[in-house]
Design a protein around this ligand. Structure first.
Ligand SMILES: Cc1ncc(COP(=O)(O)O)c(C=O)c1O
Length: 439
């Protein structure tokens, strides 16, 4: 295995590293993405609903053939740091539906590292169940913790007892200013990548870029990257996690610390000043009651984009991208924007690589999960769980293990007969368990 390029990625030019060679020299980096620059695409049908405005999407879902979304951008620096420190196990944490954890397992496997994920409970949805089935099929080492206190205790234990383990914080970003900002560099590069695409005519310079903000590493890096690359774009962070973690002050602090790291590695990086609200926007009010809950606005945004733009091969989800999209659509409908012309970009941070082969035969896969996780399958959240379908029977059934547990919606989007769905007990059961908050 080539230590500098362990996945043998062919094109690993990263524009930020070209702009600041000192970073390439002093900060650990390994190429992990084989799909960059990720395409920017015009969403014509969605734009038509907002006269004067042009909506684009940044297809980070395609950044890697292993697992797309925002994680690989961070991992190019975080896994590099781990490998440089000769660590052999990647440890991280997240909710029971964590994309970050799943991405970490997939890249650890690809890099022949071991992995471990500590998980805390989040609102139970089919998407959570679906991801747990993937963890089981991957044979991933997952452990359920009761609360953040236990999480911190376990993390410390790992550091003390297993010195060859690398602890990556939830989301791969610093928490309360603690932990490395190396992952943010991946999104600084993303800002440079966007600037190159604008220069080459792939899209006009966006007035606003909307992106989901959880642990805030992605948005922080992107704001800094856009600024350093000379874009006039205003980045809008949409809060999708608890306020104690996701707030403008955390973003400002991440930016300061990332800039410090960059300037230490390369003194030609200018000492730019970035502060809220002058330099970026922050949207509150889309989270709902807690991290991971499904909100009506988020679900409606997911459904609208799926209906209008579903043929392009990406899909939004309700924890992150659906909420970012809902904020963007509200913004375009606001008095500030109606009657004006603008270009907006939605940064798609959610993977679109098809991982359904990982789910396997559900009832059997559940038994492979640690006992403490099996309770999450007591609620039947999808039609094929009600009908006890196994993977051999429902070949050709479009609803079987689909990302969307609303079988009636799946039928409708495929033009199938839904006349009996309204009275169907399965539909009523699924709706009873699938809580949608009015936010
Ligand atoms: C799909 C998706 N979008 C956005 C985010 C938020 O990114 P960040 O934690 O860097 O704010 C995450 C984090 O897990 C994610 O999984």
């Amino acid at each position: 295995m080539d230590r500098e390029n362990p996945l043998s990625i062919k094109d690993w030019r990263r524009p930020m590293l070209d702009a600041y060679p000192g970073i390439a020299k002093h900060v650990p980096f390994i190429p992990l993405m084989d799909g960059v620059p990720t395409p920017v695409q015009h969403l014509g049908a969605l734009s038509a609903l907002f006269p004067g405005h042009a909506i684009y999407i940044k297809r980070d879902d395609l950044c890697s053939s292993i697992y797309g979304g925002n994680k690989p951008r961070k991992f190019e620096f975080l896994f590099a740091d781990a490998i440089k420190k000769k660590k052999t196990t990647m440890i991280t944490a997240g909710g029971t539906g964590t994309n970050h954890g799943l991405a970490s397992v997939m890249f650890s496997n690809a890099l022949s590292m071991k992995s471990k994920i500590y998980m805390f409970e989040q609102p139970l949805t089919w998407s959570v169940q679906r991801k747990l089935l993937m963890y089981a099929a991957l044979g991933a080492q997952i452990t359920l913790v009761k609360n953040y206190g236990e999480l911190a205790f376990r993390g410390l234990g790992e550091l003390l007892l297993h010195p060859r383990s690398y602890l990556m914080l939830p989301g791969g970003s610093p928490l309360f200013g603690i932990g490395t900002v190396a992952g943010c560099l991946g999104f600084v590069n993303a800002g440079f990548e966007l600037a190159e695409q604008i220069k080459s005519g792939a899209m006009p310079s966006p007035d606003h870029v909307f992106i989901a903000a959880g642990s805030t590493g992605s948005v922080s890096g992107l704001i800094l990257g856009c600024k350093l690359a000379g874009l006039k774009t205003k980045v809008a962070a949409v809060r999708v996690s608890e306020r104690i973690v996701t707030n403008p002050a955390s973003i400002e602090r991440n930016i300061r610390n990332t800039l410090k790291m960059m300037r230490k590695a390369d003194s030609s990086v200018p000492a730019v000043k970035i502060s809220y609200p002058g330099d970026f926007m922050f949207f509150d009010g889309y989270l709902g009651s807690k991290y991971g809950c499904v909100t009506r606005k988020g679900q409606e945004a997911v459904d609208l984009v799926n209906r209008l733009e579903g043929g392009k091969g990406f899909h939004l989800e309700t924890t992150y991208t659906g909420k970012a999209c809902a904020a963007m659509l509200d913004f375009l409908k606001s008095g500030e924007m109606v009657g004006k012309a603008s270009t907006v970009l939605l940064w798609n941070t959610y993977n679109s690589r098809d991982l359904s082969h990982l789910i396997g035969d559900c009832p059997a896969t559940v038994q492979q999960l640690p006992r403490s996780f099996r309770k999450f399958f007591e609620s039947k959240l999808a039609c094929w769980q009600h009908a006890s379908c196994s993977c051999n029977e429902p070949r050709g059934c479009p609803a079987y293990q689909h990302e969307d547990n609303r079988c009636w919606e799946i039928k409708a989007t495929r033009g199938l007969d839904t006349s009996r769905c309204a009275d169907c007990d399965t539909k009523k059961d699924i709706e009873r368990y699938s809580v949608i908050e009015d936010a």
